[in-house]
Design a protein around this ligand. Structure first.
Ligand code: NI
Length: 139
């Protein structure tokens, strides 16, 4: 972690009030942490678009009673094996499973894997979160 530097910024009063409410509602300890997260999110998005390597997590919720789905999801992970760092599977209920897959690679490849999974019948959710932390995508 590098040295903390202090900056000041100017905001319109209404925007500042709205910002204060967001910080409280989202449970942040302070405004600085909120702004740091916003900046990292924007950096992550930019890296994603530029084709740089990024680290991301794909969270799947799916119905394992859907015929052939579990096998297909495993097959897709093998196909994109170079991008998959690790995965965790949780049996949520009698029929629902959650799977968290840690990925590293170019944004478009990670997105292609997420899209391929999302399109399968029985996949109810496939949410992708990408890290904007500098150096997170590099060995
Ligand atoms: Ni399961």
């Amino acid at each position: 972690m590098s040295e903390l530097m202090r900056i000041s910024l100017s905001l319109e009063n209404d925007l500042l009030e709205e910002f204060g409410r967001l910080v409280d509602q989202e449970g942040y300890e302070n405004r600085s942490e909120y702004i740091r997260d916003l900046i990292r999110e924007r950096i992550g998005r930019r890296r994603w678009q530029s084709g740089e390597e990024v680290v991301g997590t794909l969270t799947l919720i799916y119905n394992h009673h859907q015929r052939g789905l579990t096998e297909k999801l495993v097959e897709l992970q093998h196909h994109w094996g170079g991008q998959v760092l690790a995965s965790t599977h949780i049996h949520l209920s009698h029929e629902l499973c959650a799977e968290m897959i840690m990925l590293r690679g170019r944004g478009r490849d990670i997105e292609a894997l997420a899209d391929a999974m999302r399109r399968r019948k029985g996949v109810l959710e496939a949410g992708l979160a990408v890290s904007g932390v500098a150096g997170a995508g590099v060995d």
